[in-house]
Ligand binder design. Structure first.
Ligand SMILES: [Mg+2]
Ligand SMILES: [Zn+2]
Length: 220
């Protein structure tokens, strides 16, 4: 049986070289954001709670400035545009699954990935401060308060004939990596894949990702 490659790709630190939420907070937030970040990393609060509270530190009026800032500073990882074009040519579904927020993820992927293939958190600027919304919160099988729940999205978007590949870099990709058939990993996720014995390969650029996937296709 031929299995269809289905790709689930993280955004911050994977498609972009750096984490955009951290970049936004460093640039715009009052110092309280650091304690929230530490609470998330120490698992004292969920990602959902921490990210929601961090953005509530920012006035809604900053929206345009934040987007301009990231458009000027965020860098897409080498080969990503070519990789996205290649998946289209090959008819391989490429889903971006991101704990980032729509108001900066969409502009940074504009013209590269269609919005219906992007799954991230939402935002509401109608109040005094930024309110994050959670269209892809955890399903009944996950109690982690992920915010954007990658394991839930894989359950929802997986196919019976699919060969599901997760591409990512951090702690927020570990749970979904365990559900995948194969993982392309860098940084912390790479270390975790080694520790857990998950089938994986390392990558540095999206040209590496393409090379690995072309080999996977042959094996599948
Ligand atoms: Mg990441
Ligand atoms: Zn979850």
């Amino acid at each position: 049986m031929t299995r269809q490659l289905v790709l689930f790709c993280d955004f911050d630190g994977t498609i972009t070289e750096n984490d955009n939420i951290i970049a936004i907070m460093k640039q715009f937030a009052p110092p309280e954001w650091e304690a929230l970040k530490d609470d998330i990393l120490a698992e004292r609060i969920s990602v959902q709670e921490g990210v929601g509270k961090m953005f509530s530190l920012l006035p809604s009026s900053l929206k345009g400035e934040i987007v301009d800032f990231l458009r000027g500073t965020a860098r897409l990882r080498e080969g990503f545009r070519e990789f996205a074009a290649w998946t289209k040519e090959q008819g391989i579904p490429l889903y971006v699954v991101s704990g980032g927020i729509d108001f900066f993820v969409y502009p940074l992927l504009d013209g590269i990935i269609e919005r219906e293939c992007i799954f991230c958190n939402g935002s509401d600027f109608s109040g005094a401060t930024i309110r994050i919304t959670w269209p892809y919160a955890c399903d009944g099988e996950c109690q982690n308060g992920c915010g954007c729940c990658k394991p839930s999205l894989l359950r929802k978007l997986s196919r019976p004939d699919g060969y599901h590949v997760v591409i990512g870099d951090s702690i927020t990709d570990v749970a979904v990596a365990k559900q995948a058939d194969y993982v392309l990993a860098r940084d912390f996720l790479l270390q975790k894949c080694q520790e857990l014995g998950l089938p994986h390969a390392p990558f540095a650029t999206f040209f590496d990702v393409m090379d690995h996937l072309q080999q996977v296709e042959v094996i599948v």
